[in-house]
Write a protein that binds this ligand. Sequence first.
Ligand code: DAH
Length: 343
Amino acid sequence: MTDGILKQIAQYRAEISSFQPADAADVEEYRIKFLGSKGIVKSLFAEMKSVPPERRKEFGLILNEFKQLAESRYLSFQELAVADKSAEQVSEDLSLPAEPHRLGARHPISLVRKRIVSVFERIGFSIAEGPEIEDDWHNFSALNMTADHPARDMQDTFYISQHPDWVLRTHTSSVQVRAMEQQALPIRIICPGRVYRNETISARAHCFFHQVEGLYIDKDVSFADLKQTLYYFTREMFGEDIRIRFRPSYFPFTEPSAEMDISCLICGGEGCNVCKHTGWVEILGCGMTHPRLLENCGIDSHAYTGFAFGMGIERITMLKYQIRDLRMFSENDVRFLQQFEGL
Ligand code: DAH
């Protein structure tokens, strides 16, 4: 009996050695026949029972060898199949240069925001942020814009219908209030962020845009500090030849208040249609922090003074890159965005 099996194994060995699969189906057939759960290797191991004990060792060795042969042949068929497949797929010239990956570009608003922030960081300002859904106190009341204050009308507001007290912030000045309420003095912050107003969309206005707010509160902060800080910013941002001027203005949360103009970047001050032939363009509002605002936030207005300013990022970006239509920023037109690659 045992010799019969050994003879059989010798035949299988011969069959395996001469077997040449033509395709993947042949290989699979081979696997099932020899290595499958009801295959030859399994059934030969089952025969072990009928082998007399004194021959089991010899039989076991032969059987193991046979199993290894069957398995290693199967592996080599598989490797061949894989090599075959990849040979079929390589129809192109692999030495050709690869398709270049297109690099994206930063959005111009992000570019300018980062530049503004980094200029102020260099002189000790740190970033502060606040929520875009604000409450009435932080967006208006704490800033001296009480419920009936006419200045509210200038900022057409989106109200949140779920709560009478909630608005989409109309400016980043709300972050000033939050910082003054929470932070230890002195405070020197720069607050970039998105703001919302219910404006008719046009080349010059949108229902959302971006601002950067600045605030400095300490002992003995003066209007001279405000002017010098903004002058430094303007030169860093637009170059050494830029000129600035301050015009008196009104904001409920600063006293005195001013608007700052820069000499027109397009005509250098000669007069053109961008500066409406004045040679100047307005870029920000600013002033000395109103004592009532300080007190509203729990700061002693006799011991501390401060300055604040707020500017629109879209406006500065339009001036810097001579963009004529504000809607370009949110249209996602790749032809527009591509122009900022590498900046
Ligand atoms: N929040 C004002 C606006 O959106 C801009 C502004 C003006 C901010 C004067 C300031 C400031 O901090 O001092 O129109």
